[in-house]
Design a protein around this ligand. Structure first.
Ligand SMILES: Cc1cc2nc3c(=O)[nH]c(=O)nc-3n(C[C@H](O)[C@H](O)[C@H](O)COP(=O)(O)O)c2cc1C
Length: 494
């Protein structure tokens, strides 16, 4: 059964021994971040934390706060309600391979798949739990009748030199003004005052593309920001789906239940009915404001830059809402597990594009796109380079700064094994390539923002035709028989 609320997900975490309650009052200015950072750095990602009594500048907040709820492989699986995220990968693989069934077993399996696909279509209701309490904002100047404002939410200041408090797990809903296509992305929001924030959609992201079209049309852009609800929404917001592939459909597919959408109260957008908070508002064409600094997922502060401004027109929420948040910083952090799940779930899509691809991972040290390890079944010369160039042309993989390609018998999840192959198997000049490509906006290393060079290493064994004029040596390996015998002997020896 899909989660009916964020609270239900937290109950499931607690039942699984994956949640720690903190009942002492803890301040949202740095202290919750420091507590959570220690938890995220503990083996396997620690536990989710439910701060029951967070304080904002010493005053008790009206709402509890949850953090690190997806910060381990187990919690990520619990969030997506699967034994392991590979189950979802398998379902995606089935769809990709869907063809008329040739026998009954295949027929059943396709039918089951079809039913799951049916759930991808959203439903529509008039009102939802996320609107149990409604606070509308009048146009400026602010009147006192507004009740709840952003100052009442337990929003974190994460790092000492941050430019302020930031909403760090916002699910930002927008629409393409030309096609009406929906988008759901995660873009952090810096609090400027009680009713305005920054909207940090980077130039390569879909929200920014939608914004650009509104600016060109000179129209106010409606935006709705959801917090909480089924964690499938939050995961879908971060997933690097191609522009035009609806995250709401994807969320419905993941949770195997249609997302129930309700119309917002003050903007023409729909949001999932079961989320905890909805921040309704708009972005005014051309209006920007300095955003940052922010202690980012790169492990460094990102500098101040101008970003669009989000104006609130209403806050709606559940009566028993819980505020979800995270912190990013020097890895490993909670966001590693979200990115890791994306790569594992979408591996079949990559494999469809690259039939030689065996496995792929973005290790935590690379903070997502700085480092990619790929293993391939190599058949012909320069195939590793073909795979690198293909990846650099695929959506957000364009940001991959270093790609290391290894042979299929190397475990890409074992960084030490990959480094061994990289060092042993490459002649740097012959086996590397440097290209120009768009860079991640947050990468501080390139001389100019958003553009830079990327490097690929072919750490596979060399084939004839790859400019290697000696015979490739054999990798050491013990015989299976000797291994089995020693297994048995060691068992006997205790
Ligand atoms: C915790 C977290 C925070 C993020 N913050 C931002 C952000 O502030 N700006 C941004 O452009 N991307 C951010 N991202 C990455 C985007 O959510 C991700 O690239 C997503 O695929 C964008 O969706 P889109 O392709 O629909 O634009 C963040 C991801 C995570 C996990």
């Amino acid at each position: 059964m899909a989660y009916g609320s964020f609270r239900q997900f937290l109950d499931a975490l607690e039942k699984a021994g994956e949640l720690t309650r903190v009942s002492v009052p803890v301040e949202t200015d740095l202290l919750i971040a420091e507590w959570a950072n220690r938890e995220m750095k503990s083996p396997g990602g620690g536990k989710a934390l439910l701060f029951e009594n967070p304080t904002v500048d010493g005053k008790p907040s009206k709402f509890p706060l949850a953090i690190n709820t997806m910060g381990s492989r187990r919690r990520m699986a619990l969030a997506l309600q699967v034994e392991s995220v590979e189950d979802l990968a398998q379902q995606i693989q089935l769809i990709l391979k869907a063809k008329p069934p040739t026998d009954l077993r295949e027929g059943w399996s396709l039918l089951k798949q079809g039913l799951h696909l049916l759930h991808a279509r959203p439903k529509h209701s008039k009102e939802g739990a996320c609107q149990e309490v409604v606070h509308r904002f009048a146009e400026r100047p602010m009147s006192n009748s507004e009740g709840l404002t952003l100052a009442d939410l337990p929003i974190l200041k994460c790092w000492p030199k941050d430019g302020g408090r930031f909403i760090t797990l916002p699910n930002v809903h927008t629409r393409d003004p030309d096609t009406g296509a929906r988008n759901l992305g995660m873009y952090r929001m810096q609090i400027y005052d009680e009713r305005t924030t920054g909207m940090h959609w980077q130039v390569h992201k879909v929200g920014a593309r939608h914004g650009q079209r509104y600016y060109e049309r000179g129209e106010r852009m409606p935006v709705a920001v959801c917090l909480g609800g089924d964690p499938a929404y939050t995961f879908a917001a971060t997933a690097p789906l191609p522009d035009g592939l609806d995250e709401i459909l994807f969320a419905g597919f993941i949770r195997k239940k249609s997302v129930d959408l309700v119309p917002c109260k003050t903007v023409e957008l729909e949001v999932p009915s079961d989320v905890d908070f909805v921040l309704e508002g708009y972005v005014q064409p051309g209006e920007t404001h300095p955003e940052g600094p922010f202690g980012d997922h790169t492990g460094f502060y990102t500098a101040v830059e101008d970003y669009p401004v989000f104006h609130l027109t209403a806050i709606t929420h559940r009566r028993d809402a819980i505020y979800p948040t995270t912190i990013v910083g020097i890895p490993p952090m909670e966001d590693f597990y979200m990115g890791d799940a994306s790569v594992r779930i979408f591996l079949p899509v990559f494999k469809m594009n690259f039939p030689e691809l065996v496995d792929m991972t973005l290790p935590p040290e690379g903070v997502f796109h700085n480092l990619v390890f790929v293993s391939i079944r190599k058949q012909y010369p320069y195939q590793a380079f073909k795979v690198m160039h293909g990846l650099w042309g695929m959506g957000q993989m364009m940001f991959s700064k270093y790609i290391v390609v290894v042979d299929e018998d190397c475990d890409v999840h074992n960084t030490s094994e990959v480094l061994f192959r990289l060092c042993a198997n490459t002649d740097p000049e012959r086996d590397s390539t440097i290209i120009r490509n768009p860079s991640d906006s947050l990468d501080h290393a390139p001389s100019s923002q958003n553009i830079g060079s990327h490097m690929g290493f072919d750490a596979t064994r060399k084939l004839p035709g790859e400019n290697y004029h000696r015979s490739w040596p054999e990798l050491l390996k013990m015989t299976d028989e000797a291994q089995k015998l020693v297994d048995a002997l060691q068992k006997k020896a205790g």
